[in-house]
Design a protein around this ligand. Structure first.
Ligand SMILES: Nc1ncnc2c1ncn2[C@@H]1O[C@H](COP(=O)(O)OP(=O)(O)O)[C@@H](O)[C@H]1O
Ligand SMILES: [Mg+2]
Length: 454
């Protein structure tokens, strides 16, 4: 496949000429947040609308980054979410926003989406939420008759979305994996704790759990007592899922991301997360781009090649107190943190689009390191949680948490959502957060802003 190097500088934050023209021609305002084009109201939509990409799960940070990345390069992009008013709909690069009014991962959502796909002509579908991915995978053969889906092939995904299977493949390759016990029922908990010890990490083998009626995402958590461990297992059991019990590692959280296709690595990128939400680990709220560490870089790449995991993937590791890296999991979809890669010169959403659309893929030879990015709302919530959950393992002591939060304002830093050439999504995200916080305080429900113990 043809490849050419990307420019070392990130794409400038200006609209390519072609896109400015088409936006001008499209409507009076370049901000076409036309959620009037609700899926129920599709009869209002001209039949000829064509989009290069339909970005699903528009509420997610990585979806906004995708809309901007593709839009800046002149692609026509529309976004979809199950509710109105998400920041990505306000982006100048979002030609149209569609609301599919149904729960994530539900049959009703699929029905809306298919109705939409019959009315518009979309080239590539880009999902990022675990529930949406699960749903698309189940109906993949039918959907792919209409649209290309930016997901790896089924055998690869089958391994990557399941931690038990991922760790087994990794172990076979000689990677360090945390000691993991599979626990299916609360009755097995005491024996598992006897072997793993306390505190332990309990996590579902697959983060998206679904039964007939609904689905839900369950996070990894630290348990400090038998009772907490039982509760963690009970959360997963109704969905028929299994949990993994692991010893708690205490070192740095690092991740390596790739764009891989046809046996070739088109881009590599690494970051470490200084603060995450939940605090044990999850989405990173304060992160830095770093050179790919040779140990985990090599391990992650071997794993991706072994699974033949094409497209974008992020391989997560955590080190122990001695610095030895252990594999956590693979995310075979754009990560919430992906903007730091884009700002550092690796435009993963664009590479993903190139791959999924079957075109030539740019090859990225390097990127800038040392840059920081912060998700301010998430960082604020993490700090509040640190005060509420003080004393628990993995929770930063209150004074250090508050000082760390304040100190980050004095560091050169990029902020999620904030892009001076596309300001409306940040305004929207900020006003939404203020509104929900005020409402929570007025209702005396600050606890509704809290997270589950991590
Ligand atoms: N055994 C463990 N010890 C220490 N931290 C862990 C452990 N397992 C998970 N974590 C932390 O929690 C994060 C989330 O766990 P992960 O396995 O990635 O599941 P998910 O992201 O699906 O919730 C990891 O990135 C890591 O930072
Ligand atoms: Mg993870």
């Amino acid at each position: 496949m043809h490849s050419r190097p990307l420019k070392p500088e990130p794409a400038p934050f200006t609209a390519p000429e072609s896109s400015q023209q088409s936006l001008r021609g499209n409507a009076l305002s370049p901000i076409v947040t036309d959620v009037r084009g609700r899926v129920e109201g599709l009869e209002n939509l001209p039949l000829t609308v064509t989009f290069d990409a339909l970005v699903l799960d528009a509420r997610l940070r990585q979806s906004l980054v995708t809309v901007r990345s593709l839009g800046r390069r002149g692609h026509s992009v529309a976004a979809v979410e199950s509710f109105n008013n998400v920041p990505a709909f306000s982006s100048r690069w979002c030609r149209q926003g569609f609301v599919c009014p149904a729960d994530e991962g539900s049959a009703a959502y699929l029905a809306h989406l298919e109705q939409l796909l019959r009315r518009i002509d979309a080239r590539v579908l880009i999902p990022s939420a675990d529930g949406t991915i699960e749903l698309l995978r189940r109906h993949r053969a039918r959907l792919e008759q209409r649209v290309r889906i930016a997901l790896a092939n089924e055998p690869a995904l089958n391994i990557a979305v399941n931690k038990e299977r991922t760790l087994a493949v990794a172990k076979g390759l000689g990677l360090n994996v945390p000691r993991s016990l599979v626990v299916k029922t609360a009755g097995e908990v005491p024996a598992a704790l006897k072997e793993i010890g306390l505190p332990a990490v309990v996590k579902p083998a697959e983060s998206w759990l679904c039964c007939e009626q609904h689905g839900s995402r369950v996070n990894a958590q630290v348990v400090t007592t038998l009772e907490e461990a039982r509760r963690a297992v009970a959360e997963v059991a109704p969905f028929g899922g299994v949990t993994l019990f692991q010893p708690l590692l205490s070192g740095r959280r690092e991740a390596v991301s790739f764009l891989y296709a046809n046996g070739e690595m088109y881009a590599r990128f690494a970051q470490w997360a200084k603060r995450t939400r939940p605090q044990l680990g999850g989405e990173s709220v304060l992160r830095q781009s770093v050179p790919v560490p040779p140990d985990i870089g090599d391990q992650a790449e071997r794993l991706v090649r072994e699974i033949d995991l094409e497209g974008y993937s992020e391989v997560e590791f955590r080190r122990d107190s001695a610095g030895t890296p252990y594999l956590m999991e693979i995310n075979p979809r754009l990560s919430a943190s992906v903007e730091i890669a884009v700002r550092s010169g690796v435009d993963f959403p664009c590479l993903l689009y190139q791959w999924a659309s079957g075109g030539p893929i740019d090859k990225v030879e390097g990127y800038r390191t040392g840059g920081w990015m912060r998700y301010l709302t998430g960082d604020l919530m993490t700090t509040i949680t640190a005060l509420q959950q003080r004393g628990r393992p993995e929770v930063t002591p209150p004074v250090r948490a508050v000082l760390g939060f304040a100190h980050s304002f004095f560091m050169p830093m990029g902020y999620d959502y904030l892009d001076w050439t596309d300001p409306l999504p940040a305004v929207k995200a900020t006003t939404d957060f203020m509104r929900s916080s005020v409402r929570a305080v007025m209702n005396g429900k600050l606890s509704s802003l809290r997270e589950k113990p991590s």
